[in-house]
Design a protein around this ligand. Structure first.
Ligand code: NI
Length: 182
């Protein structure tokens, strides 16, 4: 089922999230819906607040980027109750976008690698180091769990330059090819 995507300006994106418990209802169905919604909107990463839930759930599928970023080949994951334990001081700047912030792309600095503790879709615990594009995507989605949106990281000057666009999204004056919640 396709879910509406909550847009920039909606308070849910600023609220932060809570860990889910093992008896979380309909988890399998929610994950399927999140993947379906993300694919339909042509996204590669998606966090629960973007469908209106303050839960620590992220889905990622970077397969479509494998041509430009070989490390993305077959990279389809679920991250539940994730915590970044450590991240590199070395950073890389690359352009990002977000399904909750349509038509805005900004160059964002991210750590080259992160060490992440999380549960998978079967609620099995893992601790892994991710680098390259997966590390960037994880940091972007992790921000959503913390109530942060990628444009928050833009420089003061860039923020000024995109402020009218952001205001338009906040005011609901935006056309999207996918179903949204304004
Ligand atoms: Ni996003």
């Amino acid at each position: 089922m396709i879910l509406p995507i909550y847009l920039y300006g909606h308070p849910i994106l600023r609220k932060g999230t809570k860990d889910i418990s093992p008896d979380y209802p309909h988890l399998k169905e929610l994950l399927a819906n999140m993947f379906e919604t993300m694919y339909k909107a042509e996204g590669v990463g998606f966090a629960a607040p973007q469908v209106g839930l303050s839960d620590r759930i992220v889905v990622v599928d970077l397969s479509s980027l494998a041509k430009d970023y070989p490390e993305c080949e077959g990279f389809k994951r679920v991250f539940i109750n994730a915590r970044i334990l450590e991240k590199s001081d070395e950073t890389t700047v690359l352009e990002e976008g977000c399904l909750s912030v349509p038509d805005i792309h900004e160059k964002i600095s991210r750590s080259n690698w992160v060490r992440l503790q999380y549960l998978d879709e079967h609620l099995q615990p893992h601790e892994d180091v991710f680098e390259g594009y997966p590390a960037r995507c994880i940091q972007h989605e992790y921000d959503h769990l913390e109530g942060i949106v990628f444009t928050d990281h833009a420089s003061g000057l860039r923020k000024q330059m995109i402020s009218s666009k952001l205001n338009r999204i906040r005011d609901g004056r935006v056309n999207c090819s996918y179903k949204v919640k304004k």
